[in-house]
Ligand binder design. Structure first.
Ligand code: BES
Ligand code: MN
Ligand code: ZN
Length: 491
């Protein structure tokens, strides 16, 4: 974790590294002008030599600047003032971290005297998000590979109260990234639940269903997926009521938590199967969002429900052709055991509706490879039965950088999952695979419930570093859900 401090105007070059900011057209900030003078004109000369244009996140770095006590002096572009919003500030912070994280420097001072206090807090937030790494299974890292940067000081500005709120959210993002990164021999339904127990310290009320209770409740679809694994299934509900009232209906967030997806008897091909450890990314996002919401004491009533199973092939695994009965009584013909996420969600979501009576329910799931074909890794797919809810989610996602693109649903698609021998089959034709997956879940939404399904298969994991994450788990969904709650459900 990167420690963030707020310091008054101290000798700015007292840390290992000093960052000064500049806009386009070489519009040096006051701090940049001072650093240029202190370095005897080296900064402006270096900026000219590097053809520095002040683009957001562009960096000119001077090592061992003469006349200064820091070891590195960095000129960092902010882009044009009109485009410098919270997201842009976060990306600038992320660029600073990416440059310094393993540089050997342990501390950086960022002179933010000329910058709006909230934007400076977002800069620190971006720096903090970009610093997260998952190294605990690497026992042979060389010193050069190890992160060194431990402290970022905002000098002469920054809104500390706003940063405290962002730090709570970053805690949720870190929790999600850890869950998504853990290997599947370590993270399975029971250990996932154990990892969430400390949410109680934040005031979150936890309810756990074991397999006997789920059998009693009639969750034949979820249990059918789990029956091929030696790891028993769990449902975890996490409730945060920050309203101080008991008459406020909760918003329900539901997550797919397949801790490993082999495909079951409809076995996946081996290439890339290790990626299916992050088939719990929806559940991870919901858990991290509950952390964020509770840690910043949101004045809202929110329940996170996650369905946790491992999808394995074995002598007791369910077969293609099996018919299972869901908690709400509908029967499902299992055509393909690899379309397991919807089987987990339908029971988890029905139970969530029966238990918590939400008016609004949002599920997140790494549900289909087809959504990656449609949208790549930029946007998650959104399927929604209410235009107002869809717009609330789209706006929240755009504000925090967890982008959503709305996809269609409707009766013509719904017909495609009618079964010949049961009420529903668990797959439709190859075409429109993300849509028929959404239609399946839609058959388990009670009348009047506003519902959105977010297919996050393309966004929870990144094969290359991004502005606010290293390669690996992105934490997608935490900031989206937190913002969605903040903007629409807080008293
Ligand atoms: N977890 C997968 C979806 C997935 C695939 C996520 C690739 C990320 C990357 C899901 O359980 C699945 O296997 N879906 C099938 C559905 C098909 C059998 C109808 C798919 O997308 O191929
Ligand atoms: Mn699958
Ligand atoms: Zn899956």
């Amino acid at each position: 974790m990167l420690a963030i401090n707020f310091l008054p105007a101290v000798a700015a070059d007292a840390a290992d590294a000093l960052v000064v900011l500049a806009g386009p057209d070489a519009a040096l900030s006051g701090a940049a002008k001072a650093a240029d003078a202190a370095s005897n004109g080296a900064l402006a000369a270096a900026a000219a030599a590097a053809r520095f244009d002040g683009d957001a996140g562009a960096i000119v770095e001077i090592l061992a600047p003469a006349g200064m006590s820091c070891r590195r002096l960095l000129l960092v572009g902010t882009g044009p003032a009109a485009k410098l919003d919270a997201l842009a500030a976060e990306r600038i912070g992320g660029a600073i971290t990416a440059r310094l994280l393993t540089s050997g420097e342990t501390s950086v001072n960022v002179d933010v005297a000329g910058l709006d206090g909230v934007l400076a807090a977002h800069l620190a937030h971006g720096a903090s998000l970009r610093a997260w790494r998952f190294d605990q299974y690497r026992t042979k890292m060389t010193d050069k590979q190890k992160p060194t940067l431990a402290t970022l000081n905002l000098i002469g500005g920054g809104d500390a109260a706003h940063y405290a709120r962002l730090a709570a959210i970053a805690g949720g993002v870190a929790r999600t990234r850890s869950l998504v990164s853990e290997p599947p021999n370590v993270l399975y339904p029971e250990s996932f639940v154990d990892s969430a127990r400390d949410l109680a310290d934040l005031g979150v009320e936890l309810t756990i269903l074991d397999d006997a209770q789920m059998r009693e409740l009639g969750m034949g679809a979820l249990l059918g997926v789990a029956q091929g694994s030696v790891r028993p299934a769990r449902i975890l509900a996490m409730r945060w009521n920050g309203t101080g009232r008991d008459d406020v209906k909760p918003v329900c967030l539901v997550g797919k938590g397949v801790t490993f997806d082999t495909g079951g008897i409809s076995l996946k091909p081996p290439g890339g199967m290790e990626d299916m450890k992050w088939d719990m990314g929806g559940a991870g996002a919901v858990t991290g969002a509950m952390h964020a919401i509770a840690a910043r004491k949101a004045k809202a009533h929110v329940v996170g429900v996650i369905g946790l199973v491992e999808n394995m092939p074995d002598g007791n695994a369910q077969r293609p052709g099996d018919v299972v009965k869901t908690m709400n009584g509908q029967t499902v013909e299992v055509i393909n055991t690899d379309a397991e996420g919807r089987l987990v969600l339908c029971d988890a979501m029905w139970w969530a509706q029966e238990t918590f009576e939400p008016e609004v329910m949002v599920d997140l799931a790494t549900l289909t490879g087809a959504i990656i074909v449609s949208l790549g890794h930029e946007y998650a797919g959104m399927f929604c039965n209410d235009d107002g809810l869809a717009e609330q989610l789209r706006i929240a996602g755009a504000a925090v950088g967890d982008k959503l693109w709305r996809m269609p649903i409707g009766d013509a698609y719904d017909k495609l999952i009618d079964s010949d021998i049961a009420d529903i089959k668990n797959v439709g034709p190859r075409e429109g695979g993300s849509i028929t997956a959404a239609q399946f879940i839609g058959r388990f939404i009670k009348p009047g419930v506003k519902w959105a399904h977010l297919d996050v298969a393309g966004t929870v994991w990144a094969n290359k570093p991004g502005p606010l994450w290293d390669k690996g788990a992105t934490g997608y969904g935490v900031r989206l859900l937190d913002r969605f709650v903040a903007d629409n459900f807080e008293l």
